[in-house]
Design a protein around this ligand. Structure first.
Ligand SMILES: Cc1cc2nc3c(=O)[nH]c(=O)nc-3n(C[C@H](O)[C@H](O)[C@H](O)COP(=O)(O)OP(=O)(O)OC[C@H]3O[C@@H](n4cnc5c(N)ncnc54)[C@H](O)[C@@H]3O)c2cc1C
Length: 374
């Protein structure tokens, strides 16, 4: 008998396992694969963390708490997880990225600077935005290592007594008399007072009754060897950037942390499912990104070292789901993050623990509610 079973030990589930076990609960964590793995949404060595949130200012308090939780996790685990680089949100001055980042920074009093395209190029010579672009510079942005972060959360959860079972997906669950939840796997049945469904791109399979309107999207990231001087593209010279290069079309990049410059399109991938996704990457997909690099980050995209497929699980409004199940008050759905959730996962683990232990969160979770789909 457990207090909480967590189905899915990726970004959200590993953080939940840590926060719940640290606060004294008996936790069972289950995952379909063995962490770290490359089949879900949390692989690929780097994730952007940023504060002047262009998507919506409602995320700013949560990401500020996430920064604190990441620092705490670094100190408790002894692992470096966050590389500060600063960040540039680039695009037309009234586009979704620049306008949104500016609005979030102003609303929450965050430090930022607005730079012309020429000023961006002067300060970060690798970048060559269009003359009509501007950029919001935010000094606290940086890079998280997702595999290390998940491993750190899981290692500490284990130290706090969590039982973690890998290669053992939750197949189904039912509510038992007395409000308990029973989870069935290929190995057996487990009872708990609470269930946290954090199975990412597979989430809909565990709550089919909710008929969640989610679309799993195939996205590809690429690592290139720069053909120009490496120093130009290292983390001291190139920050993370997100660039709206055409209205509503976004690509983004990371400096070379030793394994190449990582570049990708944001969205624009094909709809798929977690079980049937095409994992091979075509030359056309490499060339689409290379063409953007040749225009806006010349010299970055020499030989492609590696390309990798990763899954976004998108809600129609591109917000998250973080809510209790409407029919089962002790089941929490905490996963689909519409391709921008990793940075928040340290704080989302804490939110899940607050929901279980206190029945509430200090954050406004209304934008992430299940009722918005009804
Ligand atoms: C290419 C790409 C780039 C991204 N860039 C960023 C970024 O820069 N910044 C950012 O903040 N976010 C970014 N994201 C989004 C972010 O990575 C995701 O929102 C986040 O990792 C999702 O975490 P999760 O826990 O929901 O899913 P996952 O980490 O995928 O975890 C789900 C887990 O559930 C397991 N599972 C599945 N079914 C079951 C079952 N039935 N029982 C038990 N376990 C099960 C899976 O094996 C998996 O381990 C990016 C995503 C991608 C794909």
């Amino acid at each position: 008998m457990f207090d909480v079973i967590i189905a899915g030990l990726g970004a959200m589930g590993s953080a939940a396992a840590y926060h719940l076990s640290r606060r004294g609960l008996r936790v069972l964590g289950l995952d379909r694969f063995t962490q770290p793995h490359a089949f879900g949404s949390s692989h690929g060595k780097s994730r952007i963390i940023r504060e002047a949130y262009f998507e919506n200012p409602i995320y700013v308090p949560l990401v500020r708490r996430a920064y604190e939780c990441w620092a705490e996790l670094e100190s408790r685990s002894g692992r470096p997880l966050l590389t500060p680089t600063g960040g540039l949100m680039i695009g037309p001055p009234d586009g979704v990225v620049v306008r949104g980042a500016r609005a979030s920074a102003l609303k929450h009093g965050l430090p930022f600077e607005e730079l012309s395209a020429a000023a961006v190029h002067e300060r970060f010579p690798a970048l060559l935005p269009a003359a009509s672009d501007t950029a919001i510079w935010e000094p606290r942005a940086g890079i998280l290592n997702p595999e290390s972060a998940i491993e750190a959360h899981l290692a500490l959860a284990r130290e706090h007594g969590a039982q973690l079972r890998f290669g053992e997906p939750a197949e189904s669950w039912t509510e038992r008399p007395g409000g308990l939840v029973r989870v069935r796997t290929g190995e057996g049945m487990f009872d708990a007072a609470w269930l946290v469904v954090a199975s990412g791109a597979w989430v809909a399979q565990l709550v089919p009754e909710l008929a969640l309107p989610l679309v799993v999207e195939r996205n590809v990231v690429h690592w290139f060897d720069p053909s120009a001087a490496f120093a130009h593209f290292g983390p001291g010279s190139l920050p993370i950037f997100i660039h709206e290069h055409e209205p509503g079309r976004i690509w983004y990049g990371f400096p070379d942390l030793g394994d190449g410059v990582k570049l990708a399109l944001h969205h624009q991938g094909e709809p798929t499912t977690a079980d049937t996704v095409r994992r091979d990457v075509s030359n056309d997909e490499v060339e689409r990104v290379r063409a953007l690099a040749d225009r806006f980050l010349p010299g970055a995209a020499g030989r492609v070292r590696e390309s990798m497929v990763c899954l976004y699980t998108n809600a129609p409004d591109e917000h998250f789901i973080l809510d209790t199940h409407p029919g089962h008050r002790r089941v929490i759905v905490a996963s689909p993050c519409s391709g921008h959730g990793f940075k928040f996962s340290s704080a989302i683990g804490e939110v899940i623990a607050d929901l279980v232990l206190e029945g509430r969160s200090r954050f406004d979770l209304a934008p992430f509610s299940l009722s918005r789909f009804r």
